[in-house]
Ligand binder design. Structure first.
Ligand SMILES: C[S@@+](CC[C@H](N)C(=O)[O-])C[C@H]1O[C@@H](n2cnc3c(N)ncnc32)[C@H](O)[C@@H]1O
Length: 327
């Protein structure tokens, strides 16, 4: 048994979007529990290859459990995809899927320290074999730096008050008046009390610590830097006609994907003339202003259906963008 179940988001849509050659070479940059890889393999022929990456060591067991000789798994961050392809002697690929963020098992297993609902050690590393845990980082970070992380990666309006409360708690712990912050529940209740004290309005349906946890997770795992590297490196490794699909779960990610695709497709950001419809303008900029050196064509932006969201609430905020390498 490899952890709890993970319901893959936009499973068929993602595989439909990238799987165009049955004997091609594909990359699953975020293997997780292998939902997308399994679907991909089920559509591919015997000579195809799927190269899967995940920085979470537990994904390796799920990959092994698939027992498919066409699949190669590597435990590393996807920013290292170029090195992996070079090691494997592969110069270009037919398609790539990146299903960003954390998996349900990572969130549900209290020991991983991602969850404010299930108490566990304050860790939050996707790869617990590397880097600092949240508790270790919070034990020495400067208040200003913490405030910036909460504001930038959590879009937290009360970043200053929360950063101040975390640092004050740490100082009280040094004096022996409080316990150091070591558990997810301790951080969650500290944030909750701080927001209550600042009379912050609650966002409906959201735990007060949601933004703090998101910010720490993104920062500690360098999620946006990882994504930027992927978006920069993949387009030139796609074969002409090859496609990449990126599923993101919050606007910080989606904005980057949108911008990177726009830039790689050489689309000029012209102002839309008054009176011209959005669709007409889109066609005009694509046809008339695409630079000859452009690498990609933007193919689609897909959101999960209402039924998908009912089955899997994690899909609620998902957006998939697909781009294709130009011939
Ligand atoms: C949403 S889950 C993917 C689920 C997978 N598509 C499935 O169907 O089972 C995201 C996975 O990506 C991994 N991940 C996130 N960022 C990563 C990165 N920069 N490099 C490698 N793996 C990463 C996480 O460890 C997690 O297992």
């Amino acid at each position: 048994m490899v952890g709890t179940a993970h319901v893959s988001v936009l499973l068929k849509e993602a595989v439909d979007a990238i799987c165009l050659r049955p004997d091609g070479v594909y990359v699953d940059a975020t293997f997780g529990r292998g939902g997308h890889s399994r679907e991909l393999l089920s559509r591919l022929g015997p000579r195809a290859r799927v190269i899967a990456l995940d920085r979470d060591p537990s994904a390796a067991q799920a990959a092994e459990a698939l027992g498919d000789a066409r699949l190669t798994f590597s435990h590393r961050p996807f920013s290292q995809l170029p090195e992996l392809l070079a090691e494997m002697g592969i110069s270009d690929i037919d398609g790539l899927i990146a299903d960003l963020g954390v998996s349900s098992p990572q969130l549900d297993e209290a020991q991983r320290g991602f969850s404010f609902r299930n108490d566990g050690p304050l860790d939050m590393r996707m790869d617990p074999t590397r880097g600092l845990s949240a508790a270790q980082w919070l034990a020495h970070v400067e208040a200003n730096d913490l405030e910036e992380v909460l504001r930038e990666y959590g879009e937290e309006r009360h970043a200053r008050a929360i950063a101040g409360a975390i640092v004050a708690r740490r100082e009280a712990a040094t004096r022996g008046e409080e316990k150091p912050l070591e558990r997810t529940s301790e951080l969650a209740s500290l944030v909750e009390q701080t927001l209550r004290r600042s009379r912050a309005s609650r966002e409906p349906g959201q735990h007060p610590a949601t933004r703090t946890f998101q910010a720490l997770r993104i920062y500690l795992n360098q999620e946006l830097e990882e994504l930027d590297t992927l978006l920069r490196e993949v387009p030139r490794r796609l074969r002409p006609g090859g496609r990449m699909a990126v599923i993101s779960f919050h606007s910080l990610e989606d904005r980057r994907v949108k911008q990177a695709f726009r830039e790689a497709s050489g689309r000029a950001s012209l102002p839309r003339p008054a009176g011209m419809g959005r669709q007409q303008f889109g066609l005009l900029t694509q046809l008339e202003t695409q630079k000859p050196s452009a690498l990609l064509n933007v193919v689609a932006r897909i959101r999960p259906s209402r039924d998908d969201i009912a089955l899997n609430p994690r899909a609620r905020s998902a957006v998939m963008r697909v781009a294709e390498r130009r011939a």
